[in-house]
Design a protein around this ligand. Structure first.
Ligand code: ZN
Length: 196
């Protein structure tokens, strides 16, 4: 048996204020499990993405999360709200990105350059989202990602990595033009922040 207190697992630098990777601390061999807390404007993921082999289930414990996924025609996106006490499952190959859009003051979907930090899309009265994500098998397989690039436009292919100038940060970089599309760091309060 393995037993952990979630609050004692290290916070990982992620697009969520808090993300505690329970997989390793529980010694999981076949399933991934992560605990998330999303401040208003935060995302579960660095980019719109899919997993080649891993199916993923999110259980929302508190707040309401919003997922972007392909619409039925496959040429646009739809959104699905998942409230407290609800769960959602994404099969392998389904592209998605989950957000905490609570407190947003307009209906336009944010692009990656302003979705989190733009004053027009954030509000101090937004509610935090707490959720668990469970994925199996442990390996993702290929995980193609895309985000909105200020140079190339929407849905540009991106890669997630560590920048040379700050190995503690995580960045997403446009594969086509090299522009840094997003950057996340550990803030002074111990939670993660998006600064690009
Ligand atoms: Zn680009």
């Amino acid at each position: 048996m393995e037993h952990v207190a979630i609050g004692e697992v290290d916070n990982s630098v992620q697009p969520a204020a808090v993300m505690r990777q329970l997989t390793e601390s529980l010694g999981c061999s076949d399933v991934a499990i992560n605990y998330y807390e999303l401040a208003p404007g935060d995302s579960f993921a660095f980019a719109y993405h899919e997993h080649e082999v891993q199916e993923e289930i999110f259980v929302v414990l508190e707040g309401t999360a919003t997922w972007e996924l392909a619409d039925e025609d496959g040429d646009g996106r739809q959104t699905v709200e998942v409230g407290p006490g609800e769960a959602v499952r994404f099969p392998p190959g389904e592209r998605q990105r989950g957000w905490n859009w609570s407190g947003r003051t307009n209906d336009t979907e944010p692009d990656d350059s302003e979705g989190r930090d733009g004053d027009d899309t954030r509000s101090s009265d937004g509610q935090r989202v707490r959720a668990l994500a469970v994925g199996a098998p442990l390996a993702y397989g290929d995980q193609p990602k895309s985000a909105d690039c200020p140079e190339c436009g929407p849905d540009a292919p991106v890669t997630v990595g560590r920048p040379d100038d700050d190995p503690a940060a995580v960045v997403t970089t446009c594969d086509d033009c090299g522009t840094e599309v997003g950057r996340w760091v550990r803030g002074e309060n111990g939670e993660n922040e998006r600064i690009v």
